[in-house]
Ligand binder design. Structure first.
Ligand code: BDR
Ligand code: CA
Length: 327
């Protein structure tokens, strides 16, 4: 029996891991992607937009509309993440350019598409600027949002921009705060607690390379920059591919599990960008988030690789299940 595809809109700032997330979503048989909206984040909006168009072109999904959105955070000055993602945001890999142009007007696209598609899931993989602006300008559309599954924040794991702040919330803390306070729909926070468990190890990267397709080579090349960054910065061998985990969680909500709680975003001072999580009712505030804390990383990587390389399904199962060689 065919299950109905989930309607999703992806808001993103590609980004190496955003690009992997677009590949996963675009090749999944479980998702109906109504559109992609772009926020500034890892690099400037224009470059993020070009990257989204080119990644969708690579996976032959030129049918998915792409809309440019916010060019800067609500209040702060933008600070890019070229050090992590390379000068072009995708690990300095040169992709064949799509012949398409993105459209302008992400907010109007979001409004109209949500009006026409009640029950849509929003997947946010970058700073929450576009989502905050949407809720502020068109608060009525939230009735049509089923849920927001986002990559951002952290609970017990340390931050990646300060000891307590994760990049997406740190880049635009005011937007993140606005969304947590105003959405009033289920929010799933795929933060660093779980994404750090989804480490694309050198073994996994080489396995993908061995699949020997254009897509495999691109993933391998893009993630080399990211891997070098992780080694230099954190002494970690491999790279944490955050954003595809949020997409995977929409495809299969049992990949990660978590805990309900209240999340408040700190917007100034030394803890700016922190997602302060209260799961004990200490603040007497209502739960506004499902915070993911555990991740079955092997199931995630199986889903990721099998969706991207369905022709290699048997090999992927065989290799990832082979405990003998320490997977
Ligand atoms: C997040 O920040 C960005 O650099 C990544 O694309 C991801 O969305 C991780 O903190
Ligand atoms: Ca991102």
């Amino acid at each position: 029996m065919m299950t109905e595809k989930k309607k999703v809109i992806i808001d993103t700032d590609p980004g190496i891991d955003d690009s992997l997330a677009l590949m996963l979503a675009g090749k999944s048989n479980n998702l109906d992607i109504l559109g992609v909206t772009i926020a500034a984040g890892n690099v400037e909006n224009q470059q993020c937009t070009q990257n989204a168009l080119d990644v969708l072109h690579l996976i032959e999904r030129d049918d998915i509309p792409v809309y440019t959105g916010a060019t800067k955070p609500l209040k702060r000055e933008p600070i890019n993440a070229r050090e992590t993602h390379g000068s072009n945001g995708i690990g300095n890999v040169e992709l064949e350019h799509s012949k398409r142009q993105a459209k302008t007007g992400a907010l109007e696209f979001l409004k109209t598409t949500l009006e026409q598609n009640p029950g849509t899931t929003l997947i946010a993989l970058g700073p929450l600027t576009n989502i905050a602006l949407l809720l502020e300008k068109y608060p009525e559309v939230k009735e049509n949002i089923k849920e927001l599954v986002l990559m951002g924040g952290t609970y017990k794991s340390h931050g990646n921009c300060s000891p307590v702040a994760e990049f997406n919330f740190w880049f635009d803390p005011d937007a993140a705060k606005y969304v947590f306070e105003n959405l009033n729909k289920p929010i799933t926070m795929t933060g660093l607690d779980v994404t750090r468990k989804a480490l694309l190890t050198p073994n996994y990267a080489k396995l993908i390379k061995n699949f020997d397709t254009k897509l495999a080579d691109t993933i391998y090349d893009m993630t080399q920059f990211y891997t070098d960054f992780h080694w230099d910065r954190e002494g970690v061998l491999g790279c944490v591919i955050n954003d595809p985990l949020a997409v995977a969680q929409v495809i299969d909500p049992s990949i990660c599990t978590g805990i309900n709680g209240n999340v408040e975003i700190i917007t100034d001072g030394p803890a700016i960008g922190m997602s302060m999580v209260d799961t004990e009712g200490i603040l007497n505030k209502e739960d506004n988030c499902y915070i993911l804390t555990n991740c079955d990383h092997k199931r995630f990587f199986k889903l990721f690789m099998k969706t991207l390389f369905p022709e290699k399904e048997i090999e992927i199962d065989k290799i990832l299940d082979n405990e003998l060689y320490g997977n």
